[in-house]
Design a protein around this ligand. Structure first.
Ligand code: KG4
Ligand code: ZN
Length: 361
């Protein structure tokens, strides 16, 4: 297969992203990756507002694509195919991206590939580290949380996932409860360094249940109760805040570590391969990374965590997923539609609920 140049577009949540990638499956280079964050626009609302997100994507997509092309040193005429996130996500944003990609593909007469956002995350370890199939993937972000066995560019088996909140969502909500700034993950991690993780006995939800499903919303409620018992004149003492942050983070670490152990056991029954990969914003957390690395070592498995810029939402992963998938499927063309829900593993039962950052898949 000859090297191809792909333009990727991503707009399924609160980041407008475009990237140019060149290469082939298993050997591609990111020529540019631009991410325009909307964090400031949503900050005062305490979560992503879908209508504001959709408008901001519509306003920024062309600017973002232009920047990605400029940084790659290429013009649109050098693009061989256009890849775009076609779901799952906040539908207004996904529609904006799909319309932008259709316009470019039609104007330049290039093939158009609609990509599942989660496939983008799940295939990233092949872009960054050339990991061989089949590998185990833990996807942990503000909107997603699931274990997948990735056996091919379009072959995903879901072993389990959250039945309510995603871990990033729990970090963000707990940060709000204990008066730490958004995004909650980094601020809780920083505060937890000064706290006693053993002071509060918070629950480890669903560890008593077999399998890899997880739950994080009860943990958040437990933090709320504990906080209420500590408030003095409506405020939390600095040490109480640090101890709550540390105790909460330790509970998330324990749940993710134990469920990863179970996922590795299941993975080991299917293959001799031993690779566990993580992706998503929560994978930035050093306590979580450290615990997962230790669990991987228990199983003699290699632990792969892509660099943070490619762990969080970006368009290089969308371009790369298209590059992987184009060997086995036809382009989508102008009939491509945006999908709010799009589970990677069509055989797994549907997930419950809908997170702050959009539909969970
Ligand atoms: O993957 P991402 O950038 O966006 C999507 O959710 O798609 O993930 C963002 C989430 C936020 O909820 C944020 O609080 C969390 O990742 N996060 C962290 C850390 N850094 C970001 N959670 C825990 N520890 C961190 N250091
Ligand atoms: Zn994502």
């Amino acid at each position: 297969m000859t090297a191809l140049t792909i333009l990727g577009i991503e707009s399924s949540c609160d980041d407008t992203a475009a990237a140019v990638l060149r290469g082939q499956a298993g050997a591609a280079e990111v020529l540019s990756s631009v991410v325009l964050s909307q964090t400031d626009l949503h900050a005062s609302f305490g979560g992503v507002v879908p209508e504001i997100a959709a408008r901001a994507h519509a306003e920024k997509l062309d600017i973002c694509v232009r920047q990605a092309l400029e940084q790659s040193g290429l013009g649109l005429e050098a693009i061989d195919a256009v890849a775009v996130t076609a779901g799952p996500g906040l539908i207004g944003g996904v529609v904006s991206g799909v319309m932008c990609a259709k316009g470019i593909a039609l104007a330049r007469n290039r093939p158009l590939y609609g990509v599942n956002h989660l496939a983008g995350h799940a295939l990233t370890p092949r872009l960054t580290d050339g990991v061989a199939f089949p590998y185990l993937m833990l996807l942990v972000s503000g909107g997603h949380c699931q274990f997948l066995i990735v056996s091919g560019p379009d072959d995903f088996r879901r072993l389990g996932g959250t039945i309510d909140d995603a871990p990033g969502e729990a970090f963000d909500k707990v940060a709000r409860l204990i008066a730490l700034p958004q995004p909650g993950g980094p601020s809780i991690e920083a505060r937890a360094k000064f706290g006693d993780a053993k002071r509060f006995k918070l629950p480890r939800p669903l560890l008593d249940r077999a399998g890899c499903d997880m739950s994080f919303s009860g943990l958040k409620t437990a933090v709320l109760r504990q906080r209420d018992s500590l408030l003095v004149d409506g405020a939390l003492a600095a040490q109480d805040q640090a101890d709550l942050a540390a105790s909460f983070q330790a509970a998330v670490v324990d749940v993710l570590a134990e469920k990863t152990r179970r996922a590795l056991v299941e993975y080991a029954t299917l293959t001799n391969m031993r690779s566990i990969c993580v992706a998503g914003g929560v994978a930035a957390n050093m306590a979580i990374r450290g615990a997962l690395k230790n669990v991987a070592a228990e199983f003699n498995a290699s632990f792969i965590a892509p660099p943070l810029a490619l762990c969080t939402d970006n368009a290089a992963m969308i371009a790369y997923a298209a590059l992987e998938q184009m060997g086995t499927r036809a382009p989508d063309g102008m009939t491509l539609s945006a999908r709010p829900r799009w589970p990677l593993d069509q055989t797994a039962p549907a997930m419950l609920g809908s997170g702050k950052k959009g539909a969970k898949a």
